[in-house]
Design a protein around this ligand. Structure first.
Ligand SMILES: Nc1ncnc2c1ncn2[C@@H]1O[C@H](COP(=O)(O)OP(=O)(O)OP(=O)(O)O)[C@@H](O)[C@H]1O
Ligand SMILES: [Mg+2]
Length: 445
């Protein structure tokens, strides 16, 4: 979860009215010219990949950027880092920028990893002595063993990234710019990278992170920005921006246009009216995001106690049911149902599906009304949480949502006196066979 302590209001990065045009040869487009005019004679066309983009990032802020492929995210980062110049507009960055964008772009293939690390450091303005000081940490982080003394052209792509990342991340950046590079490397290396990014954030560094992992954006960022066709669509609280972006990305082409128009018109997107009681019931507390129906409709999601009565305040350790009805407006195949509990910042705490892979409900006929009941034990620490509800038609390749409600139900977990659990999950560590945590002296001074 974002740690807001280090945030202040001075801008670390200021982007003002940035546009970027690329010249694209008409030969890349199908049509008359391509058929009848030789490539060199075809006129070049302009393609606008960024269109009048403005925003600021405060010192100590972590900004996450989301958007579909080709929406202009990488182009924007390249301009912020000074790797690319904008056609129009201005970017101001305070302090040293380190980028995990063009990882290892400056590496000379014939030189060893070590030589490249020194050269790269010099490039970033560090003296030989300063690099001598940093080198043990860099080598430890890269962890590529003896390969450090071999030419980088012999490296696997994973080794290359490890070294490049290690060098970039030890440059003590004031502003760190990361573009999805974390997708490369194995799981433990990725975790190490995130830990290091977190450390930079905690020390008051500013981070701009592009990621297709919406979970990462919600967990790591103070603010999120959604880009589409070179423009900023929304900027704000990560769970809100990511939620709207997800809704957009899961909609049909026509509805995507409607969503964008609505955001442009009112800046505050509204929940589509689905005519269900639950929206009215919960209005005022929170806003469930009801997706378009696609053959089924989720109705009346709620949490009930053992006695069948609806509850809003849950007690740790007790058993409950999460239940909702699903009305099928069309025949449906391979159907399964799901739930997901999320924290207020959008972090997925845990969920469940009704059927395992390969054993979904084979067929549900039009007009059927099914009632789902997920039994669960409340193992969450006191806070406010939300639960999603979803119905999917599961395919071999991909699955389609028949209906979905994000933040369908809001509930509270009530604090207990003397509670010792921390974090989100209560692992029961404080209670074993009825006993509290024990502290035992095993050696005397
Ligand atoms: N050098 C270039 N010449 C021509 N067009 C370019 C160039 N670089 C990017 N573009 C175009 O600009 C648009 C934005 O590209 P960009 O790489 O910034 O997208 P992105 O949001 O990073 O996408 P992804 O999620 O796939 O990484 C795309 O349509 C792309 O084709
Ligand atoms: Mg990109």
């Amino acid at each position: 979860m974002p740690d807001n302590a280090s945030k202040n209001t001075a801008p670390a990065v200021s982007v003002q009215g940035i546009s970027k045009d690329f010249r694209v040869s008409s030969s890349e487009k199908p049509g008359f010219l391509r058929r009848f005019v030789p490539a060199p004679l075809r006129p070049a066309e302009k393609f606008r990949s960024l269109d009048n983009v403005s925003f600021g990032v405060s010192i100590g802020e972590t900004l996450g950027i989301v958007g579909r492929n080709g929406s202009g995210k990488t182009t924007l980062l390249k301009i912020i880092c000074g790797i690319m110049t904008p056609t129009q507009g201005e970017v101001r960055v305070r302090g040293r920028v380190s980028t995990l964008l063009d990882l290892g772009a400056g590496f000379a293939p014939e030189f060893t990893g070590l030589e490249n690390a020194y050269t790269n450091g010099a490039f970033m303005g560090f003296s030989r002595e300063k690099m001598d000081e940093k080198m043990p940490a860099i080598l430890d982080f890269a962890d590529i063993g003896e390969f450090i003394h071999r030419p980088v052209k012999t490296y696997s792509s994973g080794m290359y990234v490890r070294l490049a990342f290690a060098v970039a991340i030890h440059a003590d950046p004031d502003v760190l710019v990361v573009d999805e590079t974390l997708a490369v490397g194995d799981e433990s290396f990725r975790r190490k990278c995130f830990a290091r990014i977190n450390q930079i954030r905690r020390n008051g560094g500013t981070v701009i992170l592009v990621s297709h992992s919406l979970q990462n954006i919600v967990e790591l960022c103070h603010t999120a920005l959604w880009m589409e066709r070179g423009k900023i669509i929304l900027k704000g609280a990560p769970s809100f921006v990511v939620g709207e972006y997800e809704r957009f990305a899961n909609s049909s082409f026509e509805n995507q246009k409607i969503i964008l128009d609505r955001i442009a018109d009112c800046a505050e997107p509204q929940v589509p009216a689905q005519g269900d009681r639950l929206v009215e019931e919960l209005a005022g507390f929170h806003q469930p995001r009801v997706y378009e129906t696609n053959g089924a409709c989720i109705l009346n999601p709620r949490i009930i106690g053992r006695d069948g009565r609806p509850v809003g305040n849950l007690i740790m350790g007790r058993d409950y049911f999460y239940t909702y009805d699903v009305r099928f407006d069309q025949d449906a195949k391979n159907v399964r149902f799901g739930m997901m509990v999320k924290t207020q910042s959008g972090l997925e705490a845990g969920g469940a599906v009704s059927h395992g892979a390969g054993d979904a409900l084979e067929f549900v006929e039009k007009g059927a009304l099914l009632r789902l009941r997920f039994a669960f034990k409340c193992q969450l620490t006191p806070n406010v949480y939300f639960i999603n509800a979803g119905v999917q038609s599961v395919g071999d390749e991909n699955s389609v949502y028949l209906h979905r409600i994000v933040d369908a139900v809001m509930f509270r977990v009530t604090p207990l006196p003397g509670l010792l659990a921390t974090g989100i999950m209560d692992f029961g560590a404080h209670l074993k066979d009825g006993e509290r945590v024990s502290v035992e002296r095993v050696q005397k001074p």
